[in-house]
Design a binder for this molecule. Sequence first.
Ligand SMILES: Nc1ncnc2c1ncn2[C@@H]1O[C@H](COP(=O)(O)OP(=O)(O)OP(=O)(O)O)[C@@H](O)[C@H]1O
Length: 247
Amino acid sequence: MSIALTCQGLARSFGGVQAVKGVSLSLPAGQVTALVGPNGAGKTTVFNLITGNLRADAGQASLHGKPIMGLKPWQVARAGVARSFQDLRLFQHMTVRDNVLAATEPSGWFWQPGGAASRAARLARAEAAMEAAGIAGVADARAVDLAYAERKFLSMARILAAEANVWLLDEPASGLDLSSRTRFQDLLKAARAQGVAICLIEHNLDVVMALADRIAFLDRGEVLAEGEPQAIMRDPKLAAIYFGDRK
Ligand SMILES: Nc1ncnc2c1ncn2[C@@H]1O[C@H](COP(=O)(O)OP(=O)(O)OP(=O)(O)O)[C@@H](O)[C@H]1O
């Protein structure tokens, strides 16, 4: 089992709040790791530290053995880490196709070597990603005009189009109905089968149990437990913390 991304000792405070306290994680290629924990546990902050959206007070992260700490978000993206946000961060007034196309060039640079050939290749990637995410039929619609579930799948199409081998997904299935959730799960299973290392922040335990190969349980900025899903979910101490019933 090869490890795609690791982080050690990540820490970050906001004023007096120590949001993340020495988090270490490994994301194996071809596996789904669910990052689970109560509200405010520090899950999104861990993503922000890995992707360079926030500066860490301490800690290291490496992608296939190469350090990525201190890189800018676009550099982390270009290195092969794709992420989604809870609020999706779509280009609201651009078309679905252009939203996906933008994800094929994570630097945000307009100039590119390769000219027309490169643009054609990017377009082909965008079309394939929209097809795989089931949104090819709304390619010409503006993001702002999409239904909620389609917006979530547009966010996933952007992840697919980036062709990254690590995916950090922040509540990608929240608010989806059962059939959309199944569609979403199939999409993740296909990526896992292709060797993508997926880390999933998810509150819906049905989704977690359907997808996760491993769970890392975070509470108050610390990883309390990590391991096989059934064992983690059977632990009464963790269940009490998760459901807000701690003594
Ligand atoms: N930019 C920020 N400024 C100040 N405090 C922050 C900031 N980002 C996060 N925090 C605080 O850090 C703690 C961890 O927040 P974080 O969003 O990482 O938790 P989470 O586990 O993702 O929560 P949720 O499941 O509700 O999304 C919380 O106390 C939060 O209020």
